[in-house]
Design a protein around this ligand. Sequence first.
Ligand code: FAD
Length: 485
Amino acid sequence: MKSIVIGSGFGGIAAALRLRAKNHSVTLIEKHPDLGGRARVFKKNGFTFDGGPTVITAPYLIEELFELFNKKPQDYIKLTPLKTWYRFIFDDGKKFDYSGDEDQMKKQIKEINEEDVEGYEKLVRFTKKIFDKGFTELADVPFDKPLIMIKQLPALLKLKSYKSVYSLVSSYIKNEKLRRMLSMHPLLVGGNPFTTTSIYGLILYLEKKWGIHYSMGGTGNIINGLEKLMNEEGIELIKGHEVISIVSSNNKIEGVKLDNQKEINADNVICNADPPAVYEKLLTKNKFSALFEWKKKRMQYSMGLFVYYFGTKKTYDDVEHHTIKFGDKYKEHLDDIFNKKKLNHDISYYLHRPSATDKSMAPKDHDCFYVLVPVPNNQSKIDWTVEGDKMKDLIIDKMEKALLPNLRENIVEDFYLTPDYFEKELNTKFGSGFSIQPKFTQSAYFRFHNKSEICEGLYFVGAGTHPGAGVPGVLSSAKVLDKII
Ligand SMILES: Cc1cc2nc3c(=O)[nH]c(=O)nc-3n(C[C@H](O)[C@H](O)[C@H](O)COP(=O)(O)OP(=O)(O)OC[C@H]3O[C@@H](n4cnc5c(N)ncnc54)[C@H](O)[C@@H]3O)c2cc1C
């Protein structure tokens, strides 16, 4: 059996390895000269900037890929658990160190609002129930038939999946700061906490179950380890070539055509590239049913991301590895981003400082960072060639005030990525950071199916398909594939 994987994100690599373990002859094709997709690495003058994922959860999903071939993960990668998972900074300057230490968590909650300690305990218990169903039971189930979804509906309703994550958290927690903190998880997978189905409340529990890890040498080191494994196991890697069409005949896959006009035949094509872009640009000769066209058109896309990477000539030792700073008008900010599609100066941001844990990420006595700000996706028509520098200045001003004094004068290396990068370089529709939004009406059966309904032999893994974005999500999508191919 010959299988082609298009794209080398975590989902694509996991799919290639899982199919190889089933003895398929596998070719993985990546547009860029390097692997990883959103997890690509940018190296500049001694700084190592992980492009995307930094918070590693459910590490077993990565380790399993090595174990498929009886290899020891620790011979390839080194994951280390973090003590403080996130430091939250509120607009009044108060801090909260979020971790797996439940005593410390409750102590800090008590300082903010004593009444919420009990609510927090109840919330954690409830998210465990969601986790047991939504992750343990359903994350790797192929939702390609309506009956599978219908069977799950009573349980999903019992788990209040019609509520948003923010609304679920608010039913247990009274304090607004704590509500924001405990409901922020959808933002990690491209959703607005005020509209994302409470199924995604499972991330709160998933973090507690296995902890939050860092990959020494950066997340890129996991990609390197997986690349080494793919080479050892005989997966053919074609880098620096884009698939320009998927070839089929009588609705059966025949192969792909590359940008150098070369055609490669295969029994299966597994797309790790963003599904809406694949359906629109790589399958132009295929006919879609009216129902499928409707489904495709009604999809709502995740927010865009402005990611500013910078290195400093001094170290900011009191800054944690992961910091989240909420803006004052958080809800309005999210509404501007997701619904009104306009920029708002009252930004919230996530700051990554890998050199807090791993000195190899920056030259000696220097610090390495990236700051991620949710922004509207390219449905906004924002001209990033004009707004990019303004956004960078705004972010530096905000960070100078809140946690990195004299930042501007200490920056020695920097660059930024906007939704244009995600659209043009990573081929995502509207430059969304995380493909389609994780809403109830776009989850499981309602998402782009892992097994395409358009063509026999066509499959999807990655953020736009079930179960969704985030490294654990896309690795789980490859486990779904394992069951259907
Ligand atoms: C800035 C940022 C921070 C994040 N932080 C975290 C985090 O801390 N923890 C976490 O779990 N998740 C995080 N995420 C989410 C996570 O990174 C993604 O959901 C996940 O990596 C997406 O993987 P994927 O398998 O969908 O593929 P992608 O990474 O989207 O890769 C798809 C690949 O397909 C290639 N491609 C597309 N079209 C073609 C074509 N026609 N021919 C050949 N190749 C093609 C692209 O070049 C790309 O390499 C973050 C995302 C971003 C952007």
